[in-house]
Design a protein around this ligand. Structure first.
Ligand SMILES: [Zn+2]
Length: 194
């Protein structure tokens, strides 16, 4: 699969990883990485929304609901990063989605005797959405919010948590946007010299 379609999980938060399922959002050809229900199931599993408990019946309806939640979270988080006021209706809807809560959990031991958090039953669709909405609430409503940054990449507006020492990280990914910037400035320098 082309690198541009690859799911990524390097923003530091589940809710930001959901925003990263659209690539090159500021380019002329943004890439939708949640291309179908199977892709969403893969994302849910790897993002660790409810580890080891992705239901079998992830369908088109849930995919559309996740895409809608993603649009809303994009609006809310970017508005906040710009220091502007998040709209009442977005806030109300976010809180509503999160209110479905999580499935009941049990504390149990696995075969090796280690503690494991186990779901009583597979999460319902609204509980999968709630987990991601709750992550955004937790992010905005906690001191971690101070580490939220937007990538400086020309065609990228991904948000990530800057936990680097000195808080000087500029890119969502040094390998992607950082490298692109490096190559572009090198080329520009050569042109001026040539
Ligand atoms: Zn970027």
């Amino acid at each position: 699969m082309a690198a541009v379609n690859r799911l990524r999980f390097d923003t530091g938060r589940v809710c930001l990883d959901l925003l990263a399922t659209v690539g090159g959002r500021l380019s002329s050809n943004p890439v939708e990485r949640l291309t179908g229900p199977a892709r969403l199931a893969d994302w849910l599993d790897r993002a660790g929304v409810h580890p080891g408990a992705v239901p079998d019946d992830v369908d088109d309806v849930l995919l559309r609901d996740f895409q809608a939640l993603r649009s809303r979270l994009h609006r809310i988080l970017h508005t906040d990063v710009l220091g502007e006021q998040v709209g009442d209706s977005d806030l109300t809807q976010l809180n509503r989605v999160a209110s479905a809560g999580g499935p009941p959990v049990l504390l149990a031991r696995d075969a090796s005797g280690a503690w494991r958090r186990r779901l009583v039953e597979p999460p319902r669709p609204e509980q999968l959405l709630a987990a991601v909405a709750a992550d955004a609430i937790d992010l905005l409503g906690s001191p971690v919010r101070a580490d939220l940054r937007e990538c400086e990449g020309e065609t990228c507006d991904l948000l990530y948590l800057d936990t680097s020492r000195g808080r000087r990280r500029r890119w969502c990914s040094a390998a992607a946007c950082g490298n692109r910037h490096h190559v572009a400035s090198l080329r520009a320098r050569r042109q001026t010299q040539g």
